[in-house]
Ligand binder design. Structure first.
Ligand code: F3S
Length: 401
């Protein structure tokens, strides 16, 4: 792999041990994946998990003197002040989150603690070279913004932020960004939730191909595109998709395919989506809680929930996770007060996959996100997965179909 003089000096440790370590990881990845050279990045997002191995690696870089050249935004762990005040965490949880907070602060990260930076404060332009980890973020920046990122891990994205560069392979190269599977959508995608169903189903049909979805006529909302990417990259490993006539590298079906014949063609019908919905995790029935915000809910989604619960009293716990920014906006606009008056909670800076949710273990809840149901299985949270509208109604009635 070619390295310029500066990169050779970085790898030789002439710019400090932290930079050397980051470069060693990046060069190892580049050599394993056939990269010809390194290329500079201008943005990064690190999907910190607030779990031991992840924090350990960040601390190793810090101990070696690393600092981020490209300050990355970061995923949520959990909001210490919120959960301490609520008395919902144990001493070991507090220590772990404090370590995570401190190490990313010391490394010079932007402590945004949200999994939707691509809709908030880390929005690349078309063609920009970036290093994004987080399963909903990578497809969004590639597909919707037309930026170029590989499906980074938390660790490789952090190394990229420290070194300010990434090995050039995969989706950084235009020839690897074309669709190789055509998915003909013969169903009306009326709600954002339908995109979650499509994203959950598609990887089972197309495997590791980059899909172009054809036949979608109604322009999707940002939330629909967020859902699609989150589920494609959770049910499968699909860091990029095209929507013919909608996303920037797919002005036409032909452009998405780079003028070639797709290697695979499949069809998705309304019946396929209905069956996907039927088979998603738990069957309907009584629920004890509703969890929203995986990925973090946007202000529009908060407003939708507020509209449904306004003036009503909730039978089930309602937890709505979002960025600190959106929570503050929701408060200014009176939406947070509406949800709280009904008995719901809006939680900033927090992920569904954290020890903060112990009290929900073994209970059955509802969520609008298959990703939420998938990741929290290991914490023994059980979910019925339905649309935002159905879940918000279920928070009021305590029952979901
Ligand atoms: Fe965000 Fe955690 Fe879900 S990072 S997308 S809430 S698994």
């Amino acid at each position: 792999m070619y390295l310029n003089d500066e990169e050779k000096a970085m790898l030789a440790g002439e710019m400090g041990e932290g930079v050397r370590l980051a470069m060693k990881v990046l060069v190892g990845i580049g050599e394993a994946l056939g990269a010809g050279r390194m290329v500079p990045i201008t943005r990064a997002h690190v999907a910190l998990s607030n779990q031991e191995a992840d924090t350990w690696f960040a601390e190793k870089l810090r101990a070696a003197g690393a600092l981020c050249r490209v300050p990355p935004t970061v995923n949520p762990g959990f909001c210490l002040s919120y959960f301490q005040a609520a008395g919902m965490i144990q001493e070991a949880d507090r220590r772990q989150m404090e370590r995570t907070y401190q190490v990313y602060k010391d490394l010079g990260a932007r402590l945004s603690f949200s999994c939707t930076p691509y809709l908030l404060d880390n929005i690349p332009h078309q063609g920009e070279l970036v290093a994004f980890s987080e399963s909903s973020a990578t497809p969004y920046v590639n597909s919707v913004w037309g930026a170029r990122s590989n499906r980074e891990s938390s660790q490789s994205a952090l190394c990229a932020a420290v070194a300010g560069r990434v090995p050039e392979y995969g989706l950084l190269l235009p020839e690897n960004r074309r669709a190789t599977a055509e998915v003909e959508v013969r169903a009306e995608l009326a709600e954002d939730y339908d995109y979650s169903l499509l994203g959950w189903l598609a990887p089972r049909l197309i495997g590791p191909h980059i899909p172009v979805f054809n036949g979608i006529t109604r322009p999707p909302s940002p939330e629909a595109l967020m859902n699609l990417g989150a589920e494609l990259n959770t049910a499968g490993a699909t860091p990029m998709y095209h929507l013919a006539g909608i996303t920037p590298e797919a002005r036409t079906l032909d452009q998405a395919l780079s003028g070639r014949t797709p290697e695979l063609r499949v069809e998705v019908t309304a019946a396929d989506l209905a069956e996907t919905r039927r088979n998603l995790f738990e069957p309907g029935g009584s629920i004890e809680f509703v969890m929203f915000g995986c990925p973090h809910h946007t202000l529009r989604q908060v407003r939708e929930v507020a509209k449904i619960v306004e003036g009503r009293r909730l039978k089930a716990e309602l937890w709505l996770l979002t960025s600190n920014y959106t929570r503050e906006m929701a408060r200014r606009m009176g939406l947070a007060q509406i949800i709280e008056a009904a008995g719901g909670k809006i939680v900033p800076d927090t992920c569904v996959d954290q020890p903060t949710w112990r009290h929900l273990a073994g209970k059955k809840g509802a969520t609008d996100s298959p990703k939420c149901a998938y990741y929290t299985k290991r914490r023994d949270l059980r979910f019925v997965v339905r649309s935002l509208r159905e879940c918000a109604e279920a928070a009021v009635t305590g029952v979901i179909q």
